[in-house]
Write a protein that binds this ligand. Sequence first.
Ligand code: APR
Length: 234
Amino acid sequence: MTDKKLKLVVSTGAGISAESGISTFRDADGLWENYPVMEVASADGFRRNPALVHQFYNARRADLGTKKPNAAHLLLKELEKYYDVQVITQNVDDLHERAGSSNILHLHGELTKVRALDDEFKTFKVDYATATTPDTVMDGHHVRPHIVFFQEAVPNFEPATALAAEADIFVIIGTSLVVYPAAALLHYVRKGTPIYYIDPNPSTIPEGVTLIRKKATEGMAELARILIEKATEK
Ligand code: APR
């Protein structure tokens, strides 16, 4: 009996953080209903008005400091007892980190970091109260939010596809599957690999996916029971 754990690869979007009180992007009253996305979250917008973009991410970072992980984040940590769990997230919040997940890959950056304008690999950890401006200098570098803006490449997508290709079980939680390349991740999963999708109001239901039409906390409670039973059956 090998004690090698099966690989559970989990792709999360804004929906997993909704029950922590963090707004999603495309639901009713979502972030993009209240902010002009191409002004505050695109490369062109940052070039046109960097101060506005700094302000937008400063406000989201400060808000994040008042939020905490929910039961869905915590269950992903719990499943590490039974599986080799790899989280791939589109979210820029640190709720997976605070829930204690061991393996997290951010596709779209992190609110709790800024990076040098002239060196994308030089990042600085900042606390929730940090408010940067175009004039902020750290270690001699002007900085920007460590966020992948629209119109920018997603450098972590390639390593994410390698993880998806190794999955023994693939789970999608709380993403509308409309933003690429993240939405294409499930196509890198080996044929015949079980894919579960937890979303109370999915905009699309990919072929061959088992949909759990529930909120993340309820859906993860149901899926955790299934996965723990699968992992412990003799
Ligand atoms: N539990 C689970 N899923 C939920 C919940 C919940 N409580 N509430 C909403 N959802 C689902 C919605 O039904 C929707 O399918 O979460 C999804 C949220 O979709 P989006 O708002 O589009 O968020 P996401 O898919 O993460 O956006 C992808 O777009 O703007 C960019 O960079 C940004 O990473 C983001 C990317």
